[in-house]
Design a binder for this molecule. Structure first.
Ligand code: DGL
Length: 272
Protein backbone atom coordinates (compact mmCIF):
# COMPACT_ATOMS: atom_id res chain seq x y z
CA UNK A 1 0.00 0.00 0.00
CA UNK A 2 1.24 3.49 -0.69
CA UNK A 3 1.63 6.36 1.76
CA UNK A 4 -1.81 7.73 0.88
CA UNK A 5 -3.56 4.58 1.97
CA UNK A 6 -1.94 4.95 5.38
CA UNK A 7 -3.53 8.38 5.73
CA UNK A 8 -7.04 7.01 5.33
CA UNK A 9 -9.26 6.69 8.40
CA UNK A 10 -10.35 3.47 10.08
CA UNK A 11 -14.11 2.89 10.07
CA UNK A 12 -15.73 1.69 13.29
CA UNK A 13 -19.30 0.42 13.17
CA UNK A 14 -21.78 -0.45 15.90
CA UNK A 15 -25.53 -0.63 16.25
CA UNK A 16 -25.32 2.34 18.62
CA UNK A 17 -23.09 4.03 21.17
CA UNK A 18 -21.72 0.85 22.78
CA UNK A 19 -19.05 0.47 20.08
CA UNK A 20 -17.43 3.59 21.49
CA UNK A 21 -15.90 1.22 24.08
CA UNK A 22 -14.02 -0.39 21.19
CA UNK A 23 -13.15 3.00 19.69
CA UNK A 24 -11.73 4.04 23.07
CA UNK A 25 -9.42 1.01 23.13
CA UNK A 26 -8.43 1.57 19.49
CA UNK A 27 -7.53 5.18 20.14
CA UNK A 28 -5.47 4.25 23.17
CA UNK A 29 -3.39 1.75 21.16
CA UNK A 30 -3.29 3.66 17.89
CA UNK A 31 -2.84 7.36 18.71
CA UNK A 32 -1.76 8.19 15.15
CA UNK A 33 -4.89 6.77 13.53
CA UNK A 34 -7.94 8.74 12.48
CA UNK A 35 -11.33 7.17 13.03
CA UNK A 36 -14.78 7.46 11.50
CA UNK A 37 -17.60 6.09 13.64
CA UNK A 38 -21.06 5.05 12.49
CA UNK A 39 -23.77 4.09 15.01
CA UNK A 40 -26.89 2.58 13.46
CA UNK A 41 -29.13 4.02 16.15
CA UNK A 42 -32.21 3.88 13.91
CA UNK A 43 -32.09 0.08 14.11
CA UNK A 44 -30.79 -0.47 17.65
CA UNK A 45 -31.02 -3.00 19.22
CA UNK A 46 -29.60 -5.55 16.80
CA UNK A 47 -29.57 -8.12 19.60
CA UNK A 48 -33.22 -9.10 19.34
CA UNK A 49 -33.40 -9.14 15.54
CA UNK A 50 -33.29 -12.04 13.09
CA UNK A 51 -29.99 -12.86 11.33
CA UNK A 52 -31.54 -11.64 8.09
CA UNK A 53 -32.33 -8.21 9.55
CA UNK A 54 -28.92 -7.89 11.25
CA UNK A 55 -27.14 -8.74 7.99
CA UNK A 56 -29.22 -6.22 6.05
CA UNK A 57 -28.74 -3.37 8.54
CA UNK A 58 -25.03 -4.12 9.03
CA UNK A 59 -24.41 -4.15 5.28
CA UNK A 60 -26.11 -0.79 4.77
CA UNK A 61 -24.37 0.80 7.74
CA UNK A 62 -20.90 -0.47 6.80
CA UNK A 63 -21.38 0.60 3.18
CA UNK A 64 -21.59 4.19 4.46
CA UNK A 65 -18.18 3.88 6.10
CA UNK A 66 -16.64 2.07 3.14
CA UNK A 67 -17.84 4.85 0.82
CA UNK A 68 -15.73 7.26 2.89
CA UNK A 69 -12.56 5.47 1.69
CA UNK A 70 -11.53 3.86 4.94
CA UNK A 71 -8.45 1.62 5.08
CA UNK A 72 -9.92 -0.87 7.55
CA UNK A 73 -13.37 -1.68 8.92
CA UNK A 74 -13.81 -2.64 12.56
CA UNK A 75 -17.17 -4.26 13.25
CA UNK A 76 -17.40 -3.28 16.91
CA UNK A 77 -20.89 -4.73 17.33
CA UNK A 78 -20.81 -8.24 18.76
CA UNK A 79 -24.15 -9.19 17.24
CA UNK A 80 -23.10 -8.03 13.76
CA UNK A 81 -19.70 -9.70 14.18
CA UNK A 82 -21.32 -12.99 15.18
CA UNK A 83 -23.88 -12.95 12.36
CA UNK A 84 -22.54 -10.88 9.48
CA UNK A 85 -18.73 -10.81 9.58
CA UNK A 86 -18.23 -13.30 6.73
CA UNK A 87 -20.79 -11.51 4.62
CA UNK A 88 -19.18 -8.09 5.27
CA UNK A 89 -15.68 -9.45 4.64
CA UNK A 90 -16.73 -10.88 1.27
CA UNK A 91 -18.74 -7.84 0.29
CA UNK A 92 -16.01 -5.30 1.01
CA UNK A 93 -12.93 -7.32 -0.03
CA UNK A 94 -10.04 -6.55 -0.28
CA UNK A 95 -10.66 -4.08 2.58
CA UNK A 96 -9.43 -5.60 5.87
CA UNK A 97 -12.51 -6.26 8.05
CA UNK A 98 -12.10 -7.10 11.72
CA UNK A 99 -14.80 -8.27 14.13
CA UNK A 100 -14.83 -8.39 17.91
CA UNK A 101 -15.80 -12.03 18.52
CA UNK A 102 -12.51 -13.74 17.59
CA UNK A 103 -10.28 -11.34 19.60
CA UNK A 104 -12.62 -11.41 22.64
CA UNK A 105 -12.93 -15.21 22.51
CA UNK A 106 -9.14 -15.57 22.30
CA UNK A 107 -8.62 -13.27 25.28
CA UNK A 108 -11.20 -15.17 27.36
CA UNK A 109 -9.81 -18.58 26.35
CA UNK A 110 -6.27 -17.51 27.26
CA UNK A 111 -7.45 -16.23 30.66
CA UNK A 112 -9.73 -19.07 31.78
CA UNK A 113 -8.77 -22.10 33.83
CA UNK A 114 -11.87 -24.24 33.31
CA UNK A 115 -15.12 -22.54 32.53
CA UNK A 116 -16.29 -19.28 30.98
CA UNK A 117 -19.57 -17.51 31.69
CA UNK A 118 -20.73 -15.44 28.72
CA UNK A 119 -23.19 -12.54 28.75
CA UNK A 120 -24.33 -11.41 25.29
CA UNK A 121 -27.40 -10.53 23.27
CA UNK A 122 -29.85 -13.24 22.35
CA UNK A 123 -28.89 -13.01 18.67
CA UNK A 124 -25.18 -13.39 19.44
CA UNK A 125 -25.78 -16.37 21.72
CA UNK A 126 -27.94 -18.12 19.13
CA UNK A 127 -25.05 -18.17 16.65
CA UNK A 128 -22.76 -20.01 19.08
CA UNK A 129 -19.91 -17.93 17.59
CA UNK A 130 -18.18 -17.16 20.90
CA UNK A 131 -18.37 -20.75 22.10
CA UNK A 132 -17.03 -22.08 18.81
CA UNK A 133 -14.12 -19.63 18.77
CA UNK A 134 -13.23 -20.39 22.40
CA UNK A 135 -13.38 -24.16 21.94
CA UNK A 136 -11.31 -24.00 18.77
CA UNK A 137 -8.56 -22.42 20.82
CA UNK A 138 -9.00 -24.46 24.01
CA UNK A 139 -11.25 -27.50 23.48
CA UNK A 140 -10.98 -28.51 27.15
CA UNK A 141 -12.84 -25.38 28.32
CA UNK A 142 -16.58 -25.09 28.64
CA UNK A 143 -18.74 -22.04 27.99
CA UNK A 144 -22.09 -21.21 29.56
CA UNK A 145 -24.01 -18.35 28.00
CA UNK A 146 -26.85 -16.17 29.22
CA UNK A 147 -28.71 -13.59 27.13
CA UNK A 148 -28.78 -10.24 28.93
CA UNK A 149 -30.91 -7.91 26.77
CA UNK A 150 -32.06 -5.72 29.66
CA UNK A 151 -28.45 -4.58 30.20
CA UNK A 152 -28.52 -2.99 26.73
CA UNK A 153 -31.65 -1.04 27.67
CA UNK A 154 -30.17 -0.01 31.04
CA UNK A 155 -26.91 1.18 29.45
CA UNK A 156 -28.92 3.11 26.86
CA UNK A 157 -30.54 4.95 29.78
CA UNK A 158 -27.16 5.56 31.41
CA UNK A 159 -28.28 3.30 34.30
CA UNK A 160 -25.03 1.33 34.48
CA UNK A 161 -24.93 1.56 38.27
CA UNK A 162 -27.46 1.84 41.07
CA UNK A 163 -30.27 -0.41 42.28
CA UNK A 164 -31.82 -1.22 38.89
CA UNK A 165 -28.46 -2.24 37.41
CA UNK A 166 -27.57 -4.29 40.48
CA UNK A 167 -30.89 -6.14 40.59
CA UNK A 168 -30.60 -6.95 36.92
CA UNK A 169 -26.95 -8.05 37.11
CA UNK A 170 -27.72 -10.22 40.16
CA UNK A 171 -30.41 -11.95 38.19
CA UNK A 172 -28.18 -12.68 35.19
CA UNK A 173 -25.23 -13.70 37.36
CA UNK A 174 -27.55 -15.93 39.41
CA UNK A 175 -28.64 -17.70 36.23
CA UNK A 176 -25.01 -18.18 35.19
CA UNK A 177 -23.92 -19.34 38.64
CA UNK A 178 -26.70 -21.93 38.75
CA UNK A 179 -25.33 -23.52 35.58
CA UNK A 180 -21.64 -22.73 36.01
CA UNK A 181 -20.75 -22.23 39.68
CA UNK A 182 -17.06 -22.78 38.89
CA UNK A 183 -16.73 -20.23 36.07
CA UNK A 184 -13.52 -18.25 36.56
CA UNK A 185 -13.97 -15.86 33.62
CA UNK A 186 -16.96 -13.70 32.79
CA UNK A 187 -16.85 -12.67 29.14
CA UNK A 188 -18.79 -9.52 28.24
CA UNK A 189 -19.87 -10.37 24.70
CA UNK A 190 -21.68 -7.10 24.00
CA UNK A 191 -20.55 -3.55 23.42
CA UNK A 192 -22.99 -2.19 26.00
CA UNK A 193 -21.67 -4.19 28.96
CA UNK A 194 -18.24 -2.67 29.83
CA UNK A 195 -19.82 0.26 31.79
CA UNK A 196 -21.21 -2.35 34.23
CA UNK A 197 -17.71 -3.62 35.01
CA UNK A 198 -17.24 -1.89 38.41
CA UNK A 199 -20.60 -3.17 39.69
CA UNK A 200 -19.93 -6.61 38.23
CA UNK A 201 -16.53 -6.83 39.91
CA UNK A 202 -18.11 -5.96 43.25
CA UNK A 203 -20.91 -8.50 42.84
CA UNK A 204 -18.62 -11.26 41.59
CA UNK A 205 -15.94 -10.85 44.23
CA UNK A 206 -12.44 -12.31 43.80
CA UNK A 207 -11.81 -15.40 41.72
CA UNK A 208 -13.63 -14.31 38.55
CA UNK A 209 -11.87 -12.26 35.86
CA UNK A 210 -14.03 -10.00 33.72
CA UNK A 211 -12.97 -9.91 30.07
CA UNK A 212 -14.32 -7.88 27.16
CA UNK A 213 -13.41 -7.66 23.48
CA UNK A 214 -12.38 -4.02 23.23
CA UNK A 215 -8.70 -4.19 24.08
CA UNK A 216 -8.15 -7.54 22.37
CA UNK A 217 -9.72 -6.12 19.20
CA UNK A 218 -7.50 -3.04 19.35
CA UNK A 219 -4.46 -5.30 19.72
CA UNK A 220 -5.52 -7.33 16.70
CA UNK A 221 -6.24 -4.17 14.67
CA UNK A 222 -2.72 -2.96 15.42
CA UNK A 223 -1.21 -6.26 14.27
CA UNK A 224 -3.31 -6.23 11.10
CA UNK A 225 -2.35 -2.65 10.23
CA UNK A 226 1.33 -3.51 10.67
CA UNK A 227 0.95 -6.63 8.55
CA UNK A 228 -0.75 -4.67 5.76
CA UNK A 229 1.76 -1.83 6.08
CA UNK A 230 -1.10 0.57 6.82
CA UNK A 231 -0.11 1.88 10.22
CA UNK A 232 -0.19 5.67 10.54
CA UNK A 233 2.54 6.59 13.01
CA UNK A 234 2.51 9.57 15.34
CA UNK A 235 0.02 10.76 17.89
CA UNK A 236 -2.08 13.36 16.09
CA UNK A 237 -4.96 11.00 15.30
CA UNK A 238 -8.44 10.92 16.81
CA UNK A 239 -12.09 10.78 15.93
CA UNK A 240 -12.52 12.70 12.67
CA UNK A 241 -16.17 11.97 12.03
CA UNK A 242 -19.13 10.54 13.93
CA UNK A 243 -22.47 9.78 12.31
CA UNK A 244 -25.61 8.05 13.54
CA UNK A 245 -28.71 6.98 11.67
CA UNK A 246 -31.11 8.61 14.15
CA UNK A 247 -31.31 10.66 17.32
CA UNK A 248 -27.93 12.38 17.54
CA UNK A 249 -28.91 14.16 20.76
CA UNK A 250 -29.40 10.93 22.65
CA UNK A 251 -26.11 9.59 21.26
CA UNK A 252 -24.35 12.75 22.40
CA UNK A 253 -25.67 12.26 25.95
CA UNK A 254 -24.54 8.64 26.04
CA UNK A 255 -21.13 9.01 24.39
CA UNK A 256 -19.15 9.91 27.55
CA UNK A 257 -20.33 6.72 29.30
CA UNK A 258 -18.76 4.56 26.61
CA UNK A 259 -15.95 6.74 25.26
CA UNK A 260 -14.92 8.54 28.43
CA UNK A 261 -15.24 11.92 26.75
CA UNK A 262 -17.75 14.06 24.89
CA UNK A 263 -18.33 14.06 21.14
CA UNK A 264 -19.35 17.51 20.03
CA UNK A 265 -20.16 17.01 16.35
CA UNK A 266 -22.48 14.18 15.43
CA UNK A 267 -24.03 13.93 11.98
CA UNK A 268 -27.26 12.13 11.14
CA UNK A 269 -27.62 10.05 7.97
CA UNK A 270 -30.09 7.31 7.19
CA UNK A 271 -28.46 3.92 6.55
CA UNK A 272 -31.18 2.47 4.32
N1 DGL B 1 -23.94 -3.61 19.76
C1 DGL B 1 -24.70 -4.76 20.23
C2 DGL B 1 -23.73 -5.90 20.52
O1 DGL B 1 -22.58 -5.70 20.82
C3 DGL B 1 -25.49 -4.46 21.49
C4 DGL B 1 -26.67 -3.58 21.29
C5 DGL B 1 -27.69 -4.15 20.33
O2 DGL B 1 -28.41 -5.10 20.68
O3 DGL B 1 -27.73 -3.63 19.23
O4 DGL B 1 -24.14 -7.03 20.48
Amino acid sequence: MNGNARERPIGVFDSGAGGLTVLRALRRRLPGERFLYFGDTAHLPYGDKSPWAVRRHARAACARLVAAEIKMLVVACNTASAIALDDLTRRFAPLPVLGVVAPGAARAADTARARIGLLATEATLKTGAYTRAILERRPELSVVGEAAPVLVALAEQGWHEGPAAEACLERYLGALRARAPDADVLLLGCTHFPPFRPTLLRLLGPGVTVVDSADATAEEATALLKEENLLRPGSDGGLVGCTVSDNAERFRRLAPLFLGEEITEIGVEGSD
